[in-house]
Structures are given as C-alpha cells and as structure tokens.
Design a protein around this ligand. Structure first.
Ligand SMILES: C[S@@+](CC[C@H](N)C(=O)[O-])C[C@H]1O[C@@H](n2cnc3c(N)ncnc32)[C@H](O)[C@@H]1O
Length: 200
C-alpha cells in the first residue's frame, strides 16, 4: 500500500490524499470555487460557491454567509485569497497577475476577518466531526511576518476545530514577492499549506 506523505509537488495529490484519509468521495461544498482548478481530475463538489458572480456554474455567495442549513454538510473546501496590498478582487492592481487571478485584501486585518468569519460559518454548517480544508499561505506585509497557518490553528479556529492533518505544497512557479526594493530581510515564501480541520 502506498504511504500518504505530508508533502506533494502537486495539489491534486494532496486533495486526493485528504479525501482518502477523511473518507470523502466528493466534497459537499467549495466556498471559494474560483476556476475549479482543484477538480480537473476529481469529482466536482456538490455545491460550488464564490463571491465572484461571473463564474459559469457557480452560485454567488460569500463564504462567511452561506445558503446552507445548520449541520447540513460533512466536508468543505476553502481556498481564499492570501495576498494583502491588493485593491479590489479580480479587477484590482491592473498589472499584477496573481492579484487578478486570486483577488486579495488591502490589510491583514481584512484577511483575518474573512478567515475568522468563514471558519465560524463552517462550524455552523458542518455536521459533527465535519471536515474543513483550508489552503493558505503565510505572508510578509510591511516587513512583518504573518504566519497565517499558525494563526488559523492556534487562534482563529481555536475552540471550533482541531487540526487533523497538515500538508505542504512547494511552489512550482515564482510566488508573489514582498520585496519592493532594497536589501532582502525575510526568506521568500515558496510554499503553501493545506490544513485539514475537524469540527469539535
Ligand atoms: C485562490 S482563489 C480560489 C482558486 C480556486 N481554488 C481554483 O481552483 O480556481 C480565491 C477565490 O476566492 C474568491 N473569494 C474572495 N472573497 C470571497 C468571499 N468573501 N466569499 C467567497 N469567495 C471569495 C475569489 O473570487 C477567488 O475566486
């Protein structure tokens, strides 16, 4: 039997591993569906939601206010924007490719409010021991390290979810750089996380 590892070069391998370990055949909901890149080789989720209302086949909905009943689903995927200093969704920062593709927040406290609100909403809609998967990345903003994956586990999801598993995805391509100019002060972040949270 192949052993499942905590690091894969490919996010599909990570998602497949999570599904296998959690007994999920198909995600009940993806609340930040985007272009559906996660589902190129696996079955689409039952519910596809995103704040962006222009995406075909996707219901417009904010991940912190879902059109789902209390304890009505078992599994949720959440892959929110992770960048700060990004003005407005897909139309923002004209020449910034990552910003256009993934959207973002202006300040870190806006990111925190969105993540906290969605974690709370996930706790409402997930059934007992339900699974919330969060893809996230730490960032450096204004010369300060914001360890998002630690903040989620130790603070934002504290008391609502426990960390069941954690996967690391090394970047294939160049990640967005916090360095505008001058001497480098921080290691360039070159990986993201898939946190597997189980509802308490
Ligand atoms: C990193 S992308 C998701 C990429 C997606 N996993 C894919 O495979 O294409 C982040 C997505 O979150 C959406 N988003 C941003 N704020 C949101 C909110 N409050 N509620 C729901 N979706 C939101 C953006 O429109 C964007 O599609």
């Amino acid at each position: 039997m192949t052993v499942i590892k905590s690091v894969y070069e490919n996010q599909i391998d990570i998602i497949n591993s999570i599904m296998h370990l959690c007994g999920i055949d198909r995600f009940d909901v993806d609340v930040t569906y985007g272009n559906g890149m996660f589902y190129k080789k696996i079955e689409e989720p039952v519910h596809k939601f995103d704040l962006d209302g222009d995406l075909p086949g996707v219901t417009q909905s904010s991940s912190d206010d879902l059109p789902l009943g209390d304890e009505s689903i078992f599994s949720m995927m959440f892959d929110p924007p992770f960048l700060t200093y990004v003005r407005a969704a897909r139309t923002g920062n004209g020449n910034m490719v990552m910003a256009k593709r993934f959207a973002g927040y202006w300040r870190y406290d806006e990111l925190e409010a969105h993540y906290r609100g969605t974690i709370k909403e996930a706790h409402r809609v997930l059934s007992k021991k339900g699974i919330m998967v969060i893809k996230c990345q730490d960032i450096i903003h204004n010369h300060k390290m914001h360890p998002t994956h630690i903040n989620i586990v130790s603070d934002w999801a504290n008391g609502l979810f426990r960390l069941k598993d954690m996967f690391i995805l090394p970047a294939k391509h160049r990640m967005p750089s916090p360095n505008r100019k001058g001497t480098q002060k921080h290691a360039r972040i070159f990986h993201s996380y898939f946190l597997v949270l189980e509802k308490i």
